[in-house]
Design a protein around this ligand. Structure first.
Ligand SMILES: [Zn+2]
Length: 310
């Protein structure tokens, strides 16, 4: 194993928050809030950030529309994902993680990965009322970087992760690792720009300047944003691949696919959530259509689904 000391890049000035506390509280609160809250961010009841899953998915996809492949899912690796964890990393961080996991040959349990600015604002709004004693301001947490992971068995994983550019935070935040290896980028401004753009697409009469800066005005707008997602979604502009995942994919695109499947005579009730039932129906549709049965709703499946619909 290598003995090189891993240094943080100069721009790495994220605010610290105790990841274990956030994780424990999230886990406790999750079951009551597996689906997105039907109101605004500022009114969202605590304490699980899964209450804004739909908006979070829009923010992640908007980011990838503006900067393709900035955030990639790592749920295809040998990992056990926590219910509330969004499994997204910057591509070089994922590649490094894949090597570490392969080398150790064990399943990694991940408690937290990417946290969107909407999730971060919820934590920030709730604060002590939910038992979150120290919360970084939206955009300032290292979990908005796509370079952070909280995992179990930090001691066992440490040498493997270190070898591939992942730096252990230390005893003050034991589950937390940061990727500081080749290709790590500061994407905080891009994260903010993605929100500003998404807001503008839906609020043509009260636009924000798309400058990537956080401040009172963007904070107010984010608080006035719907936890269940905006009407004009980034997948209206560029479709995303739909499939069974954790957290469940949800949104108008899922609803449209479910509706089309229902119209084809399949037995399902459109609700906008891509769960196990939808996955099973998609596979039956793929089988019937003679295309690959992978449960992924991409260009191929959509072409069959929507063409045969007209
Ligand atoms: Zn962390």
């Amino acid at each position: 194993m290598t003995n090189i000391e891993l240094k943080l890049p100069d721009w790495y000035d994220f605010e610290l928050e105790p990841c274990n506390d956030v994780h424990d509280r999230e886990e406790e609160a999750f079951d009551n809030q597996a689906k997105s809250y039907s109101g605004l961010i500022r009114k969202t009841p605590g304490c699980s950030t899964s209450a804004c899953n739909a908006l979070s998915q829009q923010l992640i996809h908007q980011m990838n529309v503006m900067l393709p492949n900035t955030l990639v899912s790592f749920d295809d690796l040998n990992v056990n994902l926590n219910k509330a964890a969004f499994p997204y990393l910057q591509a070089p961080a994922k590649a490094a993680l894949a090597k570490a996991i392969q080398e150790r040959g064990k399943t990694m349990t991940v408690n937290s990965g990417y946290r969107t600015i909407a999730q971060q604002l919820l934590l920030y709004n709730w604060g002590r009322g939910c038992g979150y004693h120290i919360v970084a301001r939206p955009g300032s947490s290292n979990h908005q970087s796509g370079l952070a992971l909280d995992i179990n068995d930090h001691a066992g994983w440490r040498p493997y992760l270190k070898k591939y550019g992942w730096r252990w935070f230390g005893p003050n935040d034991k589950p937390h690792f940061d990727y500081v290896g080749a290709g790590a980028k500061d994407i905080r401004q891009a994260t903010m720009k993605a929100f500003q753009q998404l807001w503008n697409n839906n609020n043509s009469n009260k636009k924000l300047i798309v400058d990537g800066q956080w401040g009172p005005k963007p904070e107010r707008c984010l608080n006035e944003s719907p936890s269940y997602g905006f009407k004009i979604a980034p997948w209206d502009e560029q479709p995303r691949l739909l499939r069974l995942s954790t957290p469940m994919m949800e949104g108008t695109d899922v609803f449209k696919v479910q509706k089309a499947l229902q119209e084809q005579g399949f037995d399902l009730k459109p609700d906008g959530y891509f769960g196990k039932g939808t996955d099973a129906v998609v596979k039956r549709f793929q089988e019937k259509s003679g295309i690959e049965i992978d449960g992924i709703v991409g260009p191929n499946t959509c072409a069959r689904l929507f063409a045969s619909n007209t």
